[in-house]
Ligand binder design. Sequence first.
Ligand code: MIC
Ligand code: SF4
Length: 643
Amino acid sequence: MGLTLTEKILKNHVVDGEFVKGKEIGIKIDQTLTQDATGTMAYLEFEAMGVPRVKTERSVAYIDHNTLQSGFENADDHRFIGSIAKKHGIYFSRPGNGICHQVHLERFGAPGKTLIGSDSHTPTGGGIGMIAIGAGGMDVAVAMGGGAYYITYPKIVNVKLSGALSPWVSAKDVILEVLRRLSVKGGVGKVIEYTGEGVATLSVPERATITNMGAELGATTSIFPSDETTRKFLKAQGREEVYVELSPDADAIYDETVEINLSELVPLAACPHSPDNVKSVEEIGSLKIDQVCIGSCTNSSLLDMLKVAHILKGKTVHPDVSLSIAPGSKQVLNMLAQNGALSILIDAGARILESACGPCIGMGQSPNSKGISLRTFNRNFEGRSGTKDGQIYLVSPEMAAISAITGVLTDPRDIGEMPEFELPEEFVINDNMIVPPAPEAEMDSVEILRGPNIKPFPVSEPLWETIDAPCSLKVGDNITTDHIMPAGAKILPLRSNIPAISRHCFAVCDESFPERAESLGKSVIIGGSNYGQGSSREHAALAPLYLGVKAVITKSFARIHMANLINAGILPLTFENEADYDRIDQGDEIVMENLPAQIKAGEIIKAANKTKGFDFNVVLVASDRQKDMLYAGGLLNYTKQNS
Ligand code: MIC
Ligand code: SF4
């Protein structure tokens, strides 16, 4: 029986478990990446493991999320990460060098390799045929120490592409179409593999836009084959030697197939407040806009920027619109400067931002009250922009650029004829903002530089015999990690300080939660379906842990967040009967007895609502390894016990 491309790479990397669909498998990790907002915790955890030097082929620490430095906190975090990277064998991409996923694709990614990153958009690497997966910081720490990364052997969806994109229809529209069809829950437990003759019509940056935003499907990852286009891209990056040709077997068997004819696609936008709320420009109708932001790891490649420059050439941004542009990397920005495109952008009135995440994570450029903002980003969750009632639409760079001129949402096909946009045969290569680690012989003399904002992570306890605790919060469906642990300019500087950041836990839903949870001492959270979608931030588990949350009971979980809860030693449980969700209110006392014995006995755990006087069942779907982690009180305790 033939194998899919995903299976071929996974099979090459399996080091633990049975290679059988639905079973948990441990895979060897070749490369890791971290960014600053999740990195400080990941490196504190790595330090706690006591491994002197990373055991991966390549580990890179990026600084891209929090580059505002509005106080000493960020600068201290950056210095800490830089010093730890130097000591332990990790490459350090300095602030200003670019967004982790864009830079990793340009400078480090390699077809056929495995990559895990403490950021949910790590699947960007799938654009060059890697298995690139987003994970919690602790999982990345373990992988840096040489440990396997565990996933469920995924279902594999074949997205068969035919035809070719029409002028001004873009890769962003492809992934928006996939999101429209499959929804933000549609990819859970699955890898999305792109095949078909349409693949050859897409460049590497276009493929990377598609795999990047596959994160919004809840998918484990997304992947494209590695072909002649991949080789040319790597050659232009001066890295042809890492190229290998990779494709699925002709008789590969997929769990599902979705057919997309690229020629039939039209420009699309994801409307507030979900990436799967996708409509065509026509369906949305007339929309006056206040702001346009171009950039983020989804759409900040040289190709994207060249298209934007072409559209803005000789024009002026509409007087009612603020346009900001953040090229994805130093390489992109430098090339725009060298070929004159940067001057076109400046001339048109664009506000040029640093090559970093910036507005995508609410670090500045929050829109005005009720402001309508078109963004080329991947997430438009409520409040993420920093303006609670901001109305964010996710669109292609083409649509963003033309709308910035007209002042209203505009179909880019109105621009007129589209020239051929070609990628250069050679990118400008200068890795002087990537600091290599100290040689092994010198690593002992490198001092780790810590600032006062860096606090140890909260201690978790071995699993309790009985949880008898009130429900401190009840929330609905599709709660994102931006609800649980918001980011933005005020909160992001606290990522290495769990006691301080926990004051903002669930601020979007209920500002009184932290105080209530803390005064209760121990509690349980009740959630709806797809709880914890979005970011990989383990702070969404560590802050509740710090506030005494012992279990989260939901209709269903998003993959990374569920793993983060287990890593933190918090029980992630689902209702056996979803109707029980309606029978529990905030304040109800929930009791689960003999927990270790119940968990050993099977998936079903008996629980009771003491306040309302009824029994109900919850389910724990976890592998034996994850159960051991829960008994031990999380991944760190478990790793220490087993090393
Ligand atoms: C995001 O896009 O939400 C982030 C910020 O990149 C996160 C990581 C984080 O919260 O630090 C992600 O996607 O994992
Ligand atoms: Fe940065 Fe935004 Fe990409 Fe997250 S989604 S890595 S915040 S650019």
